[in-house]
Structure formats: C-alpha cells, structure tokens
Design a protein around this ligand. Structure first.
Ligand SMILES: [Zn+2]
Length: 284
C-alpha cells in the first residue's frame, strides 16, 4: 500500500492502535450509558446534558470523564453526595475492553470499525433488555440495514480476505448477510410460533427476532449459529443457577436478548477461531 493509507497504517502500529481503540471505547461507552438510560424512556439522546439523579445538578464535563471521574469522586455526586451506580463506569470499562480486544484481533481495518459498532450496539441492547425486557426497534431496525450494508461493502471492496483469519464479519459469501438476517428472523419467528402453539407461552418476543436478524446481518450464518448456541447455553446456565440459589423461579422471565448480546460480543472477538476449532475437531 502507498500514499496516505500507508502512513495511516504506519501510524496505527501497535501499541498505539490498541490504546487508541481502548480510549475510543471509553468515550463511546459513556455514550452507551446515555443510550441505555434514555432510549427505553423515549428521551432524546442529545439533550439535556446528564444530571445527578439526586439533586438534578448538571454534571460538569470534568466530572464526566469515563471511569476516572467516578473513581476520583468515589462514586458520589460532587454536589449532594448521592451514590452513583457502579454500572456506569463498568459499562465504560467493558466497552473499552471490548474495543481493545477488537483492535488486537482485527488490526486497523474496516472490519474492526464495523465490529466496534456492533459490539456497542449489542452492549446497549443487552442492558436495555435486562432493565426493561425490550429490544427497541430504533436500535435493531437500523442495525439490520447497517449490518447488511457493511457486509456488502466488505465483500465489494474485497476486504473480507484481509480480516478472514480472525473475523466472521460479513460472512463468507456476498449474499450471506441478507440471507442470514432473513433466516435468523424466520427461525426465531418459527420458534415463537411453536412456543405459543404447544406451550401456550411467549418464548421469544419480536425484539428477539430482529436481534437474530441483526446478528445474521453482521456475522453471517456461522456467527449467528455460534451466538444462538452460546447465548442459549449462557441463559440456561445462569437461569438454572438462579433457580438453584432460589433467586428466581422457573417462571421468572429470562431476558434472552441479554444473553444473545453478551454471546454476540464473544463471537465478534473469538467466533472465527472457535468455528475453526470445531471444524478441525470433527475432521473437516
Ligand atoms: Zn447530586
């Protein structure tokens, strides 16, 4: 490669690339917190600025530095001392860690940028589903379109080969993203229909169907299969553990979107090697 692109790649050599990604992850994680809080309440994302939940004082920019401000203020509002939830810095740190992982696995690439956007969307959806048992259309619908578009661009530019050893982004074939999105949606709709028909229970809401479509759009068939498998496994393990610990009963609703989101982030980071390991193990 020559010209400005080469010098950009030169500039983004490790470890600067990884640290830049982690710092970006902190800032975007702070934005994710705003989305998690406001989207389910139908509040605008952009304004008003964040306020202390206790005294309604607007949070000053220097008290809003991801993770750092929380530690300096020991998790309390500067004005009134109200406790601020530890989840805010944890979400920021988790998003930063995920971006750092994406940076290591993907290197500086278009696939990395797509993977970062997907990871944050999944983190936001996971926590909204955990809090409210919904997966808002304002996230899933544009994400399906964005996932298909991004996958088509990856294939159109022939960039899939560069990221191929490390990534499932975009799938193997150019038509895979729309096909996997449709298949994910249809499969989940079918499971939901069967659940209603035979158990008289709403097992999978429409939000889950769209999340499955979104995962297929970004990660293709392999990524979708791996995510559904590990998401179900995670849900079963945690659900049964909570029942055993008497923290939940068999009828407690399980936010499947939360487990799918967490599994999806894992698949973005490690799906390709896990898939190869599975194929090798079974003699392909
Ligand atoms: Zn306050």
């Amino acid at each position: 490669m020559a010209g400005p692109l080469a010098s950009l790649q030169d500039l983004l050599r490790p470890p600067l690339w990884e640290w830049t990604a982690a710092a970006l992850g902190l800032v975007v994680g702070s934005f994710a917190n705003v989305c998690i809080h406001r989207i389910p309440r139908d509040e605008p994302i952009g304004s008003p600025p964040s306020r202390c939940p206790g005294c309604r004082t607007p949070i000053r920019p220097w008290d809003n530095i991801p993770v750092v401000s929380y530690m300096l203020l020991r998790g309390r509002c500067r004005t009134c001392g109200t406790r601020i939830s530890a989840r805010y810095p944890l979400v920021e740190a988790a998003n930063a860690a995920a971006y750092w992982g994406v940076a290591v696995v993907y290197g500086p690439s278009l696939a990395a940028a797509i993977a970062m956007a997907l990871v944050t969307a999944l983190l936001v959806l996971s926590l909204i589903d955990l809090d409210h048992q919904i997966l808002p259309d304002v996230i899933t619908r544009p994400a399906i379109v964005a996932g298909i578009a991004a996958s088509l661009v990856i294939h159109r530019l022939g960039l899939e080969s560069g990221a191929r050893p490390a990534s499932l982004i975009g799938g193997t074939f150019w038509w895979e993203a729309p096909a996997a999105a449709g298949a994910g949606y249809a499969a989940f709709a079918l499971i939901a229909w069967a659940g209603r028909r035979y158990y008289g229970q709403e097992a999978l809401g429409r939000g889950d169907w769209k999340l499955a479509a979104m995962l297929g759009a970004f990660l293709g068939f392999k990524g979708l299969l791996l995510t559904v498998f590990f998401g179900s496994l995670l849900g079963a393990v945690i659900g049964l553990s909570l029942v055993a610990l008497r923290k939940a009963s068999r009828t407690t609703p399980i936010p499947f979107g939360t487990f799918l989101g967490v599994a999806g982030i894992g698949v973005v980071l490690a799906g390709a090697p896990v898939w190869r390991w599975y194929l090798l193990r079974n003699g392909f």
